[in-house]
Design a protein around this ligand. Structure first.
Ligand code: MLT
Length: 412
């Protein structure tokens, strides 16, 4: 009989967000009236219309496909040069960050890229993750066989957990246990925290001196509004020798349903072979992508490239400002209840301490049953997330104002 990948059996039955959706759906079936006033601030999924510049570019791209002379079949697996060049210039070179177009790999999502990247790393790497953490980093390492069994609190043996708390500003210090692959995400999902240049410099120094690789998820960099906060790990000297960066159009330009992202692998970035020789990672990822991926669609890549036009930039800025104002309102409403509030300033997520006596899932249930508002229980992001909840600012203004009103008037 064929064998399954037994590592999957170590995982909890469901991924966090489908599990929340399941609970919300069974509540809605039992309470159809409440379901009508349900407001979803759980999963970070955008709600506002796509920027006009992106829509126009995608319409034009559809028309390109309508004529033989401008038709596009299979594209380059690593993305069209027009998009890679626009990204290299707009996101990096114009900001003085040394990344070239051929170091950028276009994909259909950072969730996929952060999971798939493990394929180019061998067995036996010691994996360090923050706690709380975006669950994809953990679950994909479990699937890849990089962990031991699950513990009662949902954590996994074999992973190096780096607690993120209000005391350390949700930026971990260098762990005592050695680490080979280090996941960092700033602005952070779920806490909304940012990392300073000095904090990232310490990580880059650590990685360089220990031959470790930082997997830097910058999916929320566009939400940084305060000056001086690094938007890319490559702003830190030496990071090109020790870091891969993941970025996405999902939260920047409202592409969660359109699907476009990219991964940066600097040319000189190396890891070690089983025999101890230095091996560049860029050709391995290129080999992986050309073998297993046929590229993001031409239409989508045209839409993404429009983000770098003048009109696109303005529209994206407006969109981000909208979500950040939502975050500000949600922060205010939670603070007015006397709750301890973090994040939501340079990030679309607000991370809140549950009121006394409630754990994350009890708080989730109470918000669902009493206020008919969906949030994400902090415990879903790891053991250190227990006692917190995350509220997402991705919503219309009207709905966010209504959530704030319910928090003010209906919370008991
Ligand atoms: C989240 O809510 O954490 C995100 O939407 C998940 C994702 O980006 O995949």
């Amino acid at each position: 009989m064929a064998r399954v990948n037994d590592h999957y059996l170590k995982l909890r039955a469901g991924y966090l967000f489908p599990e929340i959706a399941r609970r919300v759906s069974s509540f809605s079936q039992e309470n159809p009236e409440a379901a009508n006033r349900l407001i979803r601030c759980g999963i970070g999924d955008v709600t506002e219309p796509l920027p006009l510049a992106c829509r126009e570019a995608m319409h034009a791209a559809v028309d390109d496909l309508g004529a033989r002379s401008s038709f596009h079949g299979y594209g380059p697996e690593q993305g069209y040069p027009f998009l890679r060049e626009a990204i290299a210039k707009g996101d990096f070179q114009d900001r003085g960050i040394p990344v070239s177009a051929d170091e950028i790999f276009i994909s259909d999502g950072s969730k996929c890229d952060t999971g798939n990247i493990l394929e180019i790393f061998g067995p036996g790497n010691r994996i360090a993750i923050t706690d709380p953490v975006y669950p994809v980093y953990v679950d994909t390492n479990v699937m890849a066989g990089n962990t031991g069994a699950a513990r009662a609190d949902g954590s996994f043996e074999g992973l190096v957990y780096m607690p993120c708390t209000p005391e350390n500003g949700f930026v971990p210090s260098i762990p005592e246990a050695p680490a080979d692959l280090i996941y960092l995400c700033y602005p952070n999902n779920p806490t909304g925290a940012t990392a300073t240049r000095e904090q990232l410099r310490q990580w880059v120094d650590y990685a360089r001196s220990h031959g470790a690789i930082i997997l830097y998820d910058a999916a929320y960099e566009a939400y940084i509004v305060e000056p001086g906060i690094p938007r890319s790990i490559y702003e830190i000297e030496g990071a090109r020798e020790c870091a891969i960066e993941f970025r996405s159009f999902s939260k920047t330009s409202g592409f969660t349903g359109v699907r476009c992202a990219f991964t940066v692998i600097p040319r000189g970035l190396e890891a070690r072979t089983a025999g101890g020789a230095a091996q560049p990672l860029h050709p391995l990822w290129l080999r992986r992508q050309t073998t297993k991926f046929n590229g993001a669609s031409y239409i989508v890549q045209r839409g993404a490239a429009a983000v770098y036009t003048e009109a696109g930039r303005e529209q994206v800025t407006t969109l981000i400002r909208h979500y950040l104002q939502n975050a500000n309102l949600l922060r205010g409403a939670c603070q007015a209840r006397g709750w301890s509030v973090y994040g939501g300033v340079n990030a679309p997520y607000v991370w809140v301490r549950c009121p006394a006596g409630l754990d994350s899932w009890s708080f989730f249930d109470r918000m669902l049953r009493h206020l008919h508002v969906v949030v994400t229980p902090g415990a879903g992001f790891g053991a250190a997330g227990e006692g917190y909840f995350r509220i997402s600012a991705f919503n219309s203004r009207e709905k966010v104002e209504e959530v704030c009103r319910r928090l003010r008037e209906e919370w008991e």
